[in-house]
Ligand binder design. Structure first.
Ligand code: PRX
Length: 633
């Protein structure tokens, strides 16, 4: 463990406060006695997941709950299902048909409301649209949309037919989108004319045009046209979403799929330049997201559930779309930033729609903290009951602020998980005592631990690696076209899934996550691989070499700092620095742009030539770099 980890550990150890659950939260909980429920779930995890799966509808049952051929898992073996039957059909057969499924609020203040029956019809029309293009089970559609309801409709329509969706966050640039389309070999891309960012339209269709110039597999581009007059389209390749679906019938049977049939790919950053296509499947993912949404937020029919994520990231997949719809929830989703047009934006939405569950991120909380308590104070937030946080460790100050401004009684579920895990794995439940800054304890059925490099459990409060010791239903099944990269997760530490996070477990078994052990940076809760940014920098003609690190940042959690060696004869000046930033923006998108760029003449390397980012980071933060015996100079 490096000194850096130790440092973080000590700073966290100062936090002591324990907040018992309110009698009300406890009484209202599905799981009132976590310890007993956990013990039981772990005694026989397969029986536990078997029971959970039986709360959902399947076309045909499984012969076995789990087939585990280390490190390859199959869940609900032999069963057939379709996640959309449980998100839609299961509800439209009941009184929920006219219950509100999705309330969407646009950045410009527009509002669109979909009941379960209406969402069902729209998804079916879209599925029929996909069929009309000749797409079928196993094909792939890339969805590059802003946060508008069509994003949800398109995802579900694909899933209904067993078409795999790959949602790409609409902030990604053309080259980043192209890499993801190429890797997945998408036949169709669904996009929009524009997305809005703080009132300014960003031209998504142009990005797609640039991207697909290098993607031979794309046959059609479907365009949602938001602006008037509509942008011109060049047929027959480009199709208007509205015209495409106008005449399509509103019924389309869900295709019965093997439980292990792929549902989606989602590309995420790792430690190499190439993003990984994480593969999730219908059956196990459905069970995992269903149960975690239900228990973690104690979700009930009368709730209004507001998750601020974008379906371009995994939180949007699991906890805006699939988990909540599987539970028949009323979901509020809003386009735009938390402080636009003013920092009252989300608080106002909570008041306006009577939100009872609010799932957000530490970055957003820290941003709102900067604007002060007067903003939440302006609004009636008394409908709030359960809060959530995800994406990075939430610092106790932000936790306390969030808790206080929302009334001081709502439990905050600090949920720890990853794109690869598909579902929340370490989290409090509303009936548990909370410790601000800790993600609490493993979810039911999940065996999590903190271990050393050899896989030995560590004593309380010793920093080590967060691992999961048994398979779980929503785990990724592989990395698309790269099974070795999948295997690696299960081979770093013997007999465990290694998440890449450093962590400690306190004397009560509460997990305190301390950040990543690998070279992955978390900017505003989004994973950025150092290698991706470095390769974007090196793609500039003036750059010989680059190394990037994450630096603590007050609101974003981490900010990117780059160290760049220029080629001989290149002049370093502020224009060049700006050009390098522009280059990263062009290659990857705004989110990956380094906040600082230092021009240097050498970089610390191992004898084998690997850049030692850890040394750069320690130097930058004025810390001891730890073991530098492998350093060349
Ligand atoms: O480092 C952990 C951090 O986010 C990583 C996963 O990132 P991603 O796949 O983008 O998924 C984000 C949304 C689930 C983890 O390896 N992380 C996520 N949630 C927490 C967290 N770190 C501490 N506490 C959390 N609650």
């Amino acid at each position: 463990m490096s000194d850096n980890v130790q440092e973080k550990l000590e700073s966290l150890l100062r936090v002591q406060r324990v907040i018992p659950p309110t009698a009300e939260a406890k009484a209202a909980s599905y799981i009132q006695d976590y310890d007993a429920a956990y013990r039981q779930s772990i005694a026989d995890p397969e029986a536990f997941w078997d029971q959970a799966a039986k709360e959902l509808e399947w076309f045909s049952p499984w012969q076995r709950v789990l087939e585990w051929d280390y490190p390859w898992a199959k869940w609900f073996v032999g069963a057939t299902c379709n996640i959309t039957s449980n998100c839609l059909d299961r509800h439209v057969k009941t009184w929920r048909r006219n219950k509100v499924a999705v309330i969407w609020v646009g950045e410009q203040g527009e509002e669109r409301v979909f009941t379960y029956a209406e969402l069902f019809r729209q998804v079916n029309r879209c599925a029929n649209g996909l069929k009309s293009l000749g797409l079928r089970q196993g094909d792939l559609v890339t969805i590059y949309l802003p946060k508008i309801p069509e994003q949800i409709v398109a995802m579900l329509a694909c899933a209904r037919l067993g078409i795999i969706h790959s949602v790409v966050y609409s902030g990604f640039s053309a080259p980043a989108l192209a890499t993801r389309i190429q890797d997945a070999e998408a036949r169709v891309v669904i996009t929009a004319d524009v997305g809005y960012d703080r009132g300014k339209p960003s031209n998504l269709k142009e990005v797609v045009d640039q991207a697909i110039a290098t993607c031979g597999t794309v046959e059609k581009v479907i365009v949602v046209r938001r602006e008037q007059p509509g942008i011109p389209l060049s047929s027959p390749k480009e199709i208007d979403w509205q015209t495409w679906l106008d005449d399509k019938p509103a019924t389309c049977e869900a295709v019965p799929l093997d439980a292990e049939a792929p549902l989606y790919f989602l590309y995420t950053s790792g430690t190499t330049g190439k993003p990984k296509g994480v593969v999730h499947v219908h059956g196990g993912y459905m069970v995992g997201t269903y149960l975690t949404t239900k228990y973690v937020f104690n979700l009930r029919d009368e709730d209004v559930y507001f998750c601020v994520a974008d379906p371009g990231w995994v939180t949007g997949h699991s906890y805006i779309v699939y988990g909540p719809l599987l539970n028949g929830a009323t979901i509020l989703t809003a386009e735009g930033k938390p402080d636009y047009p003013n920092p009252g934006r989300w608080w106002r939405l909570i008041e306006r729609y009577g939100v009872s569950i609010f799932y957000t991120t530490p970055t957003a909380i820290r941003l709102l903290m900067k604007y002060g308590e007067e903003w939440p104070k302006k609004y009636d937030l008394s409908t709030l009951r359960t809060l959530g946080s995800v994406g990075e460790p939430i610092n106790p100050e932000a936790w306390e602020w969030f808790h206080r401004v929302t009334g001081g009684t709502c439990p905050i579920m600090d949920t720890w998980w990853q794109t690869e895990t598909g579902m929340i794995l370490v989290t409090p439940l509303p009936s548990m005592p909370l410790k601000p800054g800790s993600a609490s304890r493993p979810f039911l059925g999940i065996e999590a631990d903190v271990v050393d490099r050899e896989g030995k459990s560590l004593p309380p409060n010793a920093g080590g690696f967060a691992v999961i010791k048994k398979p779980w239903p929503a785990m990724m099944r592989t990395i698309y076209k790269d099974p070795d990269r999948y295997r690696a997760y299960w081979n770093i530490i013997p007999n465990c899934y290694t998440a890449g996070d450093v962590c400690r477990k306190d004397e009560d078994g509460y997990f305190w996550f301390m950040g990543r052990a690998d070279d992955v940076i978390k900017v505003a809760g989004n994973r950025i691989g150092t290698a991706e940014v470095e390769s974007a920098l090196v793609s500039h003609q003036a750059v010989a070499e680059a190394a990037v690190i994450g630096k603590p940042h007050k609101t974003a959690g981490e900010a990117i700092k780059a160290f760049v060696i220029l080629k001989h004869g290149q002049q370093g000046n502020s224009e060049l620095i700006q050009a390098l930033k522009d280059q990263v923006k062009k290659e990857l998108g705004k989110i990956a742009v380094p906040q600082e760029i230092d021009l240097v003449t050498s970089l610390p390397k191992t004898r084998s030539g690997k850049i030692m980012r850890r040394v750069l980071k320690a130097k930058e933060l004025g810390q001891d770099p730890g073991d530098i015996s492998t350093l060349e100079e």
